[in-house]
Design a protein around this ligand. Structure first.
Ligand SMILES: N[C@@H](CCC(=O)N[C@@H](CS)C(=O)NCC(=O)O)C(=O)O
Length: 201
């Protein structure tokens, strides 16, 4: 199995960052394929990703879409790296976090932030402000001051870091206390730095 991945993205800070960080944790050689917004809704890109979104990855001759699924596909290929915890209860907490981060929190927090920056309709921020703030605050309160989500570092931390980073950038969360300790520990990881995951925080 070759450790080479090609990643299509707009920028380091979009959801491709989760894939880039995971690939760096596993020592992959990364080939970047940058596209401009607008190219994602036209050929040739939409043949790769008919949902017309980034990221897309090419791995072992296969085209993969959906950032969290690509991270999990990488982690599954290298069980020795332990990026998916092996036993309960760590595994239960892992899947819960993958689901919370990837579905309950990710799309709302990204749209809220993009609305605040003026990239999408302001209505997205107005509609999401109410339910999003308490959910993100609850999620941030669940991280550990001195550990990781599944005990050991895993893909759950990468997915959590993505929504927490944007929550801080959108001023929905304060970078202090337990949350700051958790995120700073993640920022120190060489693979996160190589992926430029926290750039702009
Ligand atoms: N669930 C998808 C969401 C992908 C997504 O929304 N990507 C954004 C960039 S981070 C995008 O392509 N936005 C452009 C669009 O939706 O038109 C994933 O995790 O890959």
């Amino acid at each position: 199995m070759s450790r080479h991945i090609r990643i299509w993205s707009f920028a380091d800070v979009d959801r491709s960052g989760k894939v880039r960080w995971t690939a760096n944790e596993l020592g992959y050689e990364i080939e970047e394929a940058r596209i401009k917004p607008g190219e994602h809704t036209a050929e040739p890109y939409q043949a790769l990703n008919p949902y017309q979104q980034v990221p897309t990855a090419e791995l072992d001759g296969q085209t993969l879409i959906e950032s969290t699924a690509i991270c999990l596909a990488l982690a599954e290929r290298h069980p020795e790296a332990g990026l998916i915890p092996a036993g309960q209860p760590a595994r239960d907490r892992f899947w819960q976090t993958i689901s919370l981060a990837g579905t309950t929190l990710e799309t709302p927090v990204v749209l809220y932030y993009l609305a605040k920056l003026g990239f999408v309709e302001p209505a997205w921020a107005e509609l999401w402000a109410g339910p999003l703030q308490p959910r993100l605050t609850t999620f941030a309160a669940s991280v550990s001051r001195d550990g990781y989500i599944g005990g050991e570092f895993s893909i759950a931390d990468i997915c959590a870091a993505y929504v927490l980073r944007i929550g801080v950038q959108a001023d929905l969360l304060s970078l202090e206390g337990k949350l700051e300790a958790y995120l700073r520990r993640l920022m120190e990881r060489p693979a996160a730095q190589a992926a430029r995951f926290f750039e702009g925080l």
